[in-house]
Design a protein around this ligand. Structure first.
Ligand SMILES: *Cc1c(COP(=O)(O)O)cnc(C)c1O
Length: 403
């Protein structure tokens, strides 16, 4: 036994040695030699942007999620903007959204001059509560923006039922949920439009990048025009047809995803199933390990879904702990576990408070969850030793602060 005051079990914030020597991030990409070769091949080709790799990536993506159409964008945020535009959102309109998300989900409504109206979330999944949606519909509501929080699909069936009754469009922000399934159907072919991101922490990456999938050919056409200045054909189509003439038919942006990174997307997509399997395995290890840890509430999974596990957000049972989330967060970081918090509710951000008034207190379930949430490292390249480090650090910190 050590006679010093700093025992091996001492928390790193109290001067003990950390569970690991180097910081384990909460998420990160994995790249293979084949990814690099595919990108280099495009660099040596004729098309750096809007060439054959864009179409190839979009087609294989559409097939993978079972959607009729996939339209790539330069980021998930640009893809959300495209979806908000294609949904016809305009000043005076409202879209109902969850506050438990990254600000970009609600910002896309503001880009269109429309107003995001938040609804509280379900206690178990932290996904938009269909009853809250129903309660917030007005004559101005045009769309519902659901997020598949952490990769657990939103309550799509009841939300679509409401949308059908009221003539609204459903936009699903599935930036966490590539590869997830809801009632046996793949996320990407269920909502009117489904939005994905290829940021490096997501399931597959193109550096920056995004996609909208839809089964509606008219929405797909609008999305294609919107991401290319509102022009009704692309340069490659014109070159093939030997034409110089083009028409700008709506006010779009340059939100194109270059061939260079679409080649990367094609390669990454081939490993999606392997990435998903590993994330599901890690989630299983965590959930089993935390069953016995006081103070930790593991994320719950409904019987009718197969989540994609972008995040693994635990909630702290603060009633059984002598520390708050900030202290536990700092203690885990000191152990070199790169924990994070997803999310600061969107209505807490100063921009939203200044523009729409201080709505804190209106969404008690999301707000209470926010006080308790900590995202543990979750990415497909984590080793078994990384997973054990996280489990060990969580046990160490929670046992220390158990009341
Ligand atoms: C990552 C993410 C986005 C934004 O995607 P970018 O590609 O970073 O623009 C939007 N919504 C959610 C829920 C996300 O996780």
């Amino acid at each position: 036994m050590s006679a010093t005051s700093v025992t091996p079990k001492a928390l790193a914030i109290h001067g003990g040695s950390p569970v690991r020597e180097t910081l384990l991030p909460y998420g990160r990409q994995s790249l293979e030699e084949t990814d690099i070769r595919a990108v280099v091949d495009v660099l040596r080709s004729d098309w750096l942007t809007t060439g054959p790799k864009v179409a190839e990536f979009e087609e294989s993506f559409a097939v993978r999620v079972g959607a009729g159409h996939a339209v790539s964008f330069s980021s998930g945020t640009a893809a959300l903007h495209g979806a908000a535009f294609a949904a016809g959102l305009k000043p005076g309109d409202e879209a109902i959204a969850t506050p438990m998300t990254f600000a970009a989900t609600a910002n896309c409504v503001l880009y269109q001059g429309a107003t995001p109206v938040f609804g509280d979330v379900c206690r178990d999944t932290l996904n938009l509560d269909p009853e809250q949606v129903e309660a917030r519909i007005t004559s101005r509501t045009r769309a519902i923006l659901a997020v598949d929080y952490a990769g657990h699909p939103a309550e799509l069936a009841p939300i679509q039922e409401i949308a059908k009754q009221k003539g609204l469009l459903v936009i699903e922000d599935a930036c966490h949920a590539l590869g997830a399934e809801y009632r046996g159907r793949r996320v990407g072919c269920i909502a009117d439009m489904t939005v994905f991101s290829f940021h490096p922490v997501k399931h597959i990456t193109t550096g920056e990048g995004g996609m909208v999938t839809t089964n509606d050919p008219r929405l797909a056409e609008t999305l294609r025009r919107f991401r290319n200045h509102g022009i009704s054909s692309d340069a490659r189509q014109r070159q093939k047809a030997g034409q110089w003439h083009y028409e700008m038919v709506l006010l779009g942006f340059n939100y194109r995803l270059p061939d260079i990174v679409c080649a990367l997307g094609c390669e990454q997509l081939k490993r999606l199933d392997a990435n998903l399997a590993r994330r599901r395995e890690i989630a299983g290890c965590y959930t089993a390990a935390f069953r016995e840890v006081p103070g930790v509430i593991a994320p719950s999974v409904r019987a009718d879904v197969n989540p994609a596990w972008h995040l693994y957000p635990i909630r702290l049972n603060l009633e059984k702990l002598t520390a708050d989330r900030a202290q536990i967060f700092r203690a885990l970081r000191a152990e070199n576990i790169g924990v994070n918090v997803h999310y600061i509710p969107v209505h807490y951000h100063p921009y939203y408070r200044d523009r729409f008034g201080d709505k804190r207190g209106e969404f008690p379930i999301a707000e209470d969850a926010y006080e308790r949430l900590i995202s543990l490292p979750m990415f497909h390249a984590m080793t078994d030793a990384d997973v054990q480090d996280v489990v060990c650090a969580v046990r160490k910190v929670m046992n220390h602060f158990a009341s």
